[in-house]
Design a protein around this ligand. Structure first.
Ligand code: UDP
Length: 458
């Protein structure tokens, strides 16, 4: 185990995300903020993921610490349900062992910030006599919906065409987190989501990757329950917000190789606000028919486009599409999304509405065309279209497909229609609030400061 004399007097905190890209990114960002305010931070990831990481410089303020998740060398995750079972069997022992290991060093662990999906960490930490707090990676609205299901205030199966919950707009079933409406699909993931609520009220702090003003109603309602909520978002690199952490331009742990130069050089040749950026994140997989409709729809708009199609999805593109469209579009397997959203050439973002992508678009002032796929995304799309009014949601047809005409019409509406000016104005206002939250003395910055101060005195 590494010993650095210069860090031996700092309060030591472990940060432990669930090992998927969309959870690692915001928790790593939070870790950077904690380190910048004087804590020693160790970031835990699984061995299987650590092998995919590029080499890191020794000067990084955060130590990465791999632990075993039970997967053998070179074993891949094909079945997520089986992986979750293995994870819950092996990882608690690995974490307990790690805490013990640090106990005999000159920087024992004082606190563990854990992904809200792993509720068991709270008990484990108490047994080890250290403090712990969950980090909630989705919107406050979505977490509160899960809470209503957990408490059985919202009964399953969902009935009726409009669902009413405190401090949340009335939601149609297709605006609810999808696994609540279809509990049979991915039942273990659904249980994990709902059971996150078992830590509400038990933990001494609850970190939310959101902004007070963005979700003020639902946060007020949660705080009225005396839950110790600390908003600390948007957890995106500092150079896109307050610019106080020098060189913090990227998340820093990519499980896919970004085609940075190809994307940025291509965008540099395009006019301001002329390009449509399309990405479905790190996980969502569309059907062949849906891919064809997007391909035909975006071509039909006549607009330039940059489309991220992960390598595993590429075979679903229409034959020769990539080569046939080179004058209009660029298809890549992965891109540096923040740098893309920050580029002046981007005019709108067709997104699956993952919570990180949503916060990133808000923080960089890019209007959205929402194409939610599953879990929390339909609820994020509702807020995008009807609460924050920063874009439109694509409608599906009777077969559940977004047609090429719908893609064409909605992209035009967000980029050039009458409403496009309103979307841009609104998203720029939210962008300002996102920046203010992370600036010195802003709501999220203050919450991080208070936590660090508390830890230093523990
Ligand atoms: N992302 C990226 N390059 C891409 C696509 C996505 O860097 O080509 C990043 C994006 O910036 C975000 C994360 O991957 O931080 C995706 O998280 P999100 O919550 O939006 O969706 P998920 O992948 O969890 O469904």
């Amino acid at each position: 185990m590494e010993e650095e004399t210069n860090t031996s007097t700092l309060a030591h905190v472990l940060v432990f995300p669930f090992p998927i890209q969309g959870h690692i990114n915001p928790m790593l960002q939070f870790s950077k903020r904690l380190a910048s305010k004087g804590l020693k931070v160790t970031f835990i990831i699984t061995h299987s993921l650590s092998k995919l990481l590029p080499p890191r410089s020794n000067s990084s303020p955060i130590q990465i610490r791999p632990i075993s998740d039970g997967l053998k060398d070179d074993e891949k995750v094909d079945d997520y349900e089986a992986y979750l079972e293995l994870f819950e069997r092996v990882v608690p022992q690995s974490v307990a062992h790690l805490i013990e290991e640090y106990k005999v060093t000159n920087h024992p662990v004082k606190f563990i910030v854990y992904d809200c999906l792993m509720t068991w960490v709270l008990d484990l930490a108490r047994t080890a006599e250290i403090e712990a707090a969950p980090y909630f990676t989705q919107s406050a609205a979505v977490h509160s919906i899960h809470y209503h299901v957990y408490e059985r205030a919202l009964k399953l199966p969902i009935e009726g065409s409009l669902i009413s919950m405190p401090s949340i707009p009335l939601l149609r079933p297709n605006e609810m987190p999808s696994l609540i409406v279809n509990p049979g699909c991915y039942s273990s993931i659904n249980c994990l989501n709902i059971n996150q609520s078992s830590n509400f009220g038990k933990a001494r702090l609850m970190f939310f990757n959101t902004i007070d003003k963005l979700e003020s109603q639902v946060l007020d309602w949660m705080r009225s329950k005396q839950w110790p909520i600390k908003t600390i978002g948007p957890a995106i690199p500092s150079m896109y917000l307050d610019q106080r952490l020098e060189d913090d331009k990227e998340y820093g742990l990519n499980f896919f190789e970004p085609e940075t130069d190809a994307c940025l050089q291509w965008l540099d040749t395009k006019e301001t606000s002329s390009v449509v950026y399309i990405s479905m994140g790190s996980f969502a997989a569309l059907g062949v028919e849906q891919m064809e409709e997007i391909a035909k729809g975006i071509t039909q708009t006549g607009k330039y486009f940059l489309w991220v199609v992960r390598a595993s999805e590429e075979a679903k593109l229409p034959p020769n599409f990539k080569n046939d469209v080179t004058r209009q579009g660029l298809v890549v397997n992965w891109c540096p999304q923040l740098a893309i959203l920050a580029h002046r050439a981007i005019g709108c973002f067709v997104t699956h509405c993952g919570w990180n992508s949503t916060l990133e678009a808000i923080s960089l002032g890019v209007p959205l065309v929402a194409m939610p796929q599953w879990t929390d995304q339909p609820t994020n799309a509702k807020y995008i279209a009807d609460v924050w009014r920063i874009g439109v949601r694509l409608k599906v047809d009777d077969k559940g497909i977004v047609t090429r005409d719908e893609v064409d019409v909605c992209i035009r509406e967000v980029m050039e229609g009458e409403r496009s000016i309103g979307f841009k104005k609104n998203v720029m206002e939210w962008k300002k609030l996102a920046q203010e939250a992370m600036e010195e003395g802003g709501s999220s910055d203050r919450n991080i400061e208070e936590f660090v101060a508390e830890l230093m005195h523990m």
